[in-house]
Every structure is written in C-alpha cells, then in structure tokens.
Design a protein. Structure first.
Length: 158
C-alpha cells in the first residue's frame, strides 16, 4: 500500500465466538487448480446470505495469480443468475471441479467450454485464451417421467 488504510473484519469473526462457520459446509465449491498445483476455491451460497461479507481485496496487478467472481467476491448465489469468474496469472491447463453442487460451466462464447458438472466431477481447460468462465447452478433433471395427457371440456349456456 502507498497510504493509510483499514482492515474491516466481518462481525461474525470479530465477535470471537469459539466456532465461526464462515463458509458453511452446505455451500457448493468451485475449485480451480492450475498446472503448478496452485488452487483456489470459490463458493456458491444457498439461501439468504449477506454477500457483502465476502468481498475480496482489490485485484492484484495483471499477471499475478487471481481467481474471483467479477463482483469482486469469493462467494455468490449462482442459482439466481449466471455469474462470471475472472481468471488471471494462472498456468494452463486448469482443472475446474464442482463439489457439493451441480453446475453449468462455459466460456464467454459457449463454444470451447460448455459442460454440466455434477458434484465431484471436473473439467480440464487447456485453452489459455479463456480468462473468464460463466457459471450457473442450473438444475439438472434427475428423473424423467411421462404423464397421462388430459382434455378438459367447457360447457356454454345457450
């Protein structure tokens, strides 16, 4: 830093409780690992969460390792809309893994990377031109069924 600053500690940590669950276990994880073995975890929240508690510091200079949602957070609700993950300073190929959730992952065009990942599955991205990924928690069908069709009749008074 070149000047004075401050560190803001979220209330949940500052209160000094013995057990603080900052990243609840039921949240989904997106784990990105580069070719050097460096990995970083982003979180997909469930339910009502104050996302302002999950802001990251400003992005480092271009070329330094950094993975974050475009909102500047480490956690997002990917179920409400498609979110962008920004990637910089990584060594390709990347491995992107889903844990604790199913997700849809694609690059900006949707032509190079466009996959559905179930919890525990991963995808390898070896195209170094990809520096943004779009992610959503699209629900994948687990059961298919064919139901009986029906026809309703309406009667009109003459």
């Amino acid at each position: 830093m070149t000047g004075a600053g401050q560190i803001i500690i979220p209330e949940t940590i500052a209160k000094g409780k013995e057990s603080v669950e900052y990243f609840p276990e039921d949240w989904g994880k997106i784990i990105v690992t580069d070719a050097t073995g460096i990995n970083y975890t982003l979180y997909a929240v469930k339910g009502e969460t104050d996302l302002s508690q999950y802001e990251l510091p400003p992005a480092p200079p271009t070329g330094m390792f950094d993975i974050r949602y475009s909102s500047g957070r480490i956690a997002e609700d990917i179920n409400e809309s498609m979110k962008t993950i920004e990637i910089s300073g990584v060594v390709y190929p990347l491995i992107v893994r889903a844990e604790g959730m199913d997700m849809r992952l694609k690059d900006e065009t949707g032509k190079i990377v466009n996959v559905n990942l179930k919890s525990g599955e991963d995808v390898v991205i070896d195209n170094s031109t990809i520096n943004k990924l779009m992610v959503s928690g699209e629900l994948l069908p687990t059961v298919y069924s064919l139901e009986q069709n029906y026809r309703t009749h309406s009667t009109q008074a003459l």
